[in-house]
Design a protein around this ligand. Structure first.
Ligand code: ATP
Ligand code: MG
Length: 363
């Protein structure tokens, strides 16, 4: 097994993306140094509203060529609504990556750490530790539909959901593969076959067919309404939760919300076949309200970097170890401090990044 070398496009983007990115890189460098991984960064200033202000576009025409040869994109945040409407900044950057790079899995962990106040009563660390797998390219989020008799009493609006066999099977497969690697080996499939009487019974059928290929994985399906309630009431029931685009969108905000601050939550937009680069970014946005004061929590960015190393390493060696070491360092700093303001402390973004990097390097 040779030394692992990865090419990473580094895109800080806007607002606190520019403040948390240096801390993400600091921790990645500490992990790379300790586990013999070589990270080659390509620093990119576009996909930001600063670039938009200078050029009138979020990205250059040759953005795809500039990213060729990259193994992953490490992304801060896109959007500065005071200057550029969100639909322009998002459709001009992140959503282009998602679509053109066929990042059909959106993966978000929800995990409760010691030292983080939980909004749910009587929950302790260990009670919440699950992964949400959201279909990221089709489903309910299609642009198929239209309005008839617009502006009249007879006005009618229709919007179609689009579920393909290929698109459903590949995200279900990802969820079952993921569960197989985890200790509990359990998949929950979100559905609503009692209401969406065409698409969801079909989706349930695809899930059952996939499950038959994974006899070592426990699975069940749950209607999205009761499933949402159980996120709050019985979060310890879940291991891997897989859902269509709309249901997954909602669950992937609800899950992390059950575990404390938005500043902690990471995400991955994956092309599991590695035909294109995958993208790793914190769940939070550019947070204009706190930008410029070096007070943002960098953990969402740092944890996303850990997910990136884990994903890039296909033989489960140094990248997996680096991921685990970063998670252990996050856990330690959340317990012992320093803490940023969102966690009730007074530490800066830099203080927290340095503490986590030191814990990774020195452990
Ligand atoms: P998006 O850009 O995804 O639409 P948004 O603009 O609604 O998201 P964010 O930019 O994520 O929201 O910010 C939401 C709130 O959470 C803000 O009050 C922000 O200050 C706070 N917040 C977001 N990220 C962090 C962080 N890393 N540390 C501390 N507070 C944060
Ligand atoms: Mg925003």
């Amino acid at each position: 097994m040779g030394k692992h070398i990865y090419n990473i496009a580094v895109i800080p983007g806007d607002g606190i993306g520019k403040e948390v990115m240096p801390e993400g890189l600091r921790v990645l460098d500490a992990a790379a140094g300790r586990f013999g991984i070589e990270l080659r960064y390509k620093h990119i200033e576009w996909a930001s509203c600063d670039y938009y202000a200078a050029t009138g576009r979020m990205m250059p025409d040759d953005w795809k060529a500039q990213l060729s040869g990259m193994d992953a994109i490490y992304f801060g945040a896109a959007g500065w609504p005071a200057a550029v409407p969100d639909h322009v900044s998002l459709w001009g950057s992140l959503l282009k990556f998602r679509r053109e790079f066929d990042q059909y899995v959106n993966l978000r962990p929800a995990r409760l750490f010691d030292g983080v106040p939980c909004p749910l009563a009587n929950r302790k660390p260990g009670d919440i530790d699950f992964m949400i797998v959201r279909e990221n390219t089709e489903g309910e989020y299609s642009s198929v539909g239209g309005i008839m008799y617009e502006g009249t009493e007879r006005e009618i609006v229709m919007q179609q959901s689009v579920h393909s066999r290929i698109g459903s099977d590949r995200v279900l497969r990802f969820a079952f593969e993921l569960a197989r690697q985890r200790e509990r080996k359990q998949v929950t499939v979100a559905t609503k076959s009692n209401g969406l009487a065409v698409s969801m019974p079909w989706w349930d059928g695809r899930a059952a067919a996939m499950a038959a290929q994974y006899p070592d994985v426990d699975w069940d399906k749950q209607h999205i309404d009761i499933l949402s309630a159980r996120f709050v009431l019985q979060p310890q029931r879940f291991d891997v939760v897989v859902a269509s685009n709309l249901f997954g969108d909602i669950l992937s905000d609800l899950g992390p919300a059950c575990t404390g601050t938005l500043g902690l939550a990471p995400s991955a937009n994956l092309n599991p076949e590695r035909a294109f680069p995958s993208l790793f970014e914190p769940v939070h946005g550019s947070a204009p309200d706190i930008y410029g004061r070096n007070v943002a929590n960098p953990i969402g960015m740092i944890w996303s970097g850990a997910m990136m190393l884990d994903f890039l390493d296909t033989d489960g060696g140094s990248g997996r170890q680096a991921h685990d070491a970063i998670l252990a360092a996050i856990q330690q700093v959340l317990r012992d401090g320093p803490r940023t303001a969102d966690l009730g402390g007074t530490a800066s973004t830099t203080d927290m990044g340095q503490a986590i990097a030191a814990a990774v390097a020195g452990a």
